[in-house]
Design a protein around this ligand. Structure first.
Ligand code: AHR
Length: 497
């Protein structure tokens, strides 16, 4: 057990860029994420909107620098027929959302609405194609509808007729979702063959958009899934392979999102930190088949998953977001940053009103969660060069159980600023860390901290700014030694120049 927290930062040893797409988000037709969340309808006169999408959400996500947004699912994607969601809204057929609450939707939010919304917030769209109940032709048509120029094809002509002249040039495509579960309960060998077939035809469009095709990946520690896909699918057909992992205590008994015990907090953090092992082991399998690292590991669903808020629809997955969620976000993003060579995209589940959201809405009100603030603080790492941080940490102990108390990652941006993000998950003790800065000359340090009195604290509609980042005064630079004291349950991002 380490006696003290210390780290060595080699500021001249950066090799890999932290792909900004690691900071991606996810918006599914689930509960109040799209309808009553992002989308309030284009005839809404109460909530300011652009073509039905809330202006306050667009502004918040723009500020977050959301690099990409995944849609329409999730499990929903494998039931979704995109053609039902284009054309005049009053002519669109309804559908039953069989996975999420069995509610009937009117298809009023479709391809145009989503892709225009991505344009408004400056995010790259990530479309998840329907493999579970769709057809190859449906996917070909979707690619041509969104990517072919002008009236060069029947599908793009239809798009123009529906009011959009220029193609959106969508590059990121998911080929199904959770094929091992809600996406068809397939075996990896069967899915690998299906992927080869779909991916062949999702190869591009007449204006040469470079396709980034993501295979439905493993459920947590199902390493055989990754092994089979990497073995059976040539890298000429697959640019990314997914991985899903939620920070959950036990699926049968997840525990409350608020008012949880320290034991429950500890168990959640154990699950969150398991991401390190998952990413490492899936990457090792990928290295065997793809030593040049052409294929990205895409963690396109991650985050905390608890019981729904009492009194809400169990199928809507609505949960509050506390300092615990900030801890999950901080440690997980550190893990992704540190694995930037292979993890090149990720999507937090989900952006609005579902699971570990960055934004919660209640009628005309909107709040930013602690998770939002962590993602905003960490956006300094987007497209910066990752600097390896050799970190030795003491433990956060609870009874006989222990977890590493401090986690961190670092990067250098284009302006030459070194940003270091540190998390202390210890609910009771501050943690001091000494960082030996090598390979550069540093004169100043500044930073921000996100924390609160209790790990159960959260932002509510009555107290929306209870938790937000403030100036951090706990860092001192003495020559090349940086001394930092992290409060209990805190996320700190430092800029060293
Ligand atoms: O994010 C909620 C659900 O979790 C997604 O629809 C599914 O892919 C996963 O099981």
């Amino acid at each position: 057990v380490a006696q003290e927290n210390k780290a060595i930062l080699n500021a001249d040893a950066g090799k890999h860029v932290i792909n900004k797409n690691i900071y991606g988000h996810f918006a599914e037709h689930l509960g109040n994420c799209i309808y009553n969340g992002f989308y309030v309808g284009d005839t809404n006169k109460v909530i300011p909107n652009t073509a039905g999408v809330r202006n306050d959400i667009i502004a918040a996500l723009k500020k977050l620098k959301v690099p990409n947004l995944r849609w329409p699912g999730g499990c929903f994607a494998d039931t979704y027929h995109w053609k039902d969601g284009v054309g005049p809204k009053d002519k669109r057929p309804s559908l039953v959302n069989v996975w999420w609450g069995g509610v009937t939707e009117d298809n009023s939010f479709g391809t145009h609405d989503f892709l225009n919304m991505c344009e408004l917030m400056g995010a790259q769209p990530y479309l998840a194609g329907n493999v579970g109940s769709g057809t190859v032709q449906e996917l070909i048509d979707w690619v041509q509808y969104v990517n072919n120029p002008g009236t060069s094809s029947p599908m793009s002509t239809w798009r123009v007729q529906n009011g959009r002249k220029d193609p959106w040039n969508v590059s990121i495509w998911g080929i199904g979702n959770e094929a091992w579960g809600c996406g068809g309960n397939m075996k990896p060998e069967f899915y690998a063959n299906l992927f080869r077939q779909y991916s062949t035809y999702a190869a591009g469009s007449s204006n040469g958009v470079k396709m980034f095709r993501v295979a439905s990946g493993a459920n947590g520690g199902d390493y055989n899934w990754t092994e089979v896909l990497m073995r059976e699918i040539p890298s000429s057909l697959m640019e990314g392979i997914a991985l899903h992992h939620y920070s959950v205590i036990r699926w049968e008994q997840k525990g409350p999102a608020r008012d949880f015990t320290e034991q429950q907090y500890f168990a959640t953090m154990r699950s969150a930190l398991h991401m390190e092992e998952l990413v490492t082991r899936h990457s090792t399998i990928m290295d065997k088949y793809d030593p040049a690292k052409r294929v990205a590991l895409v963690v396109d669903e991650w985050g905390g998953w608890y019981d729904v808020e009492p009194g809400t629809n169990p199928g809507f997955l609505y949960q509050q977001n506390t300092v615990r969620d900030a801890m999950i976000a901080g440690v997980t993003l550190n893990i992704f940053n540190n694995h930037a060579d292979r993890v090149r995209m990720a999507n937090l589940a989900q952006a609005v009103n579902v699971l570990q959201s960055v934004v919660l809405t209640n009628k005309e009100k909107m709040i930013l969660t602690p998770t939002y603030h962590v993602m905003e603080m960490y956006n300094v790492h987007q497209d910066a060069t990752m600097l390896p941080l050799q970190l030795t940490t003491t433990n956060y102990t609870l009874g006989n159980d222990r977890l590493p108390a401090v986690s961190g990652s670092a990067s250098k941006n284009a302006a030459g600023v070194t940003n270091i993000s540190l998390v202390n998950i210890d609910a009771n003790k501050p943690q001091s860390i000494t960082i030996d800065l090598r390979g550069g000359t540093f004169k100043t340090v500044s930073g921000r901290v996100l924390t609160s009195k209790k790990v159960q604290d959260y932002n509510s509609f009555d107290e929306p700014n209870k938790i937000q980042p403030v100036e951090f005064k706990g860092a001192r630079l003495n020559g090349s030694t940086l001394e930092v004291t992290l409060p209990p349950c805190s996320v700190v991002v430092l800029a060293v120049k």
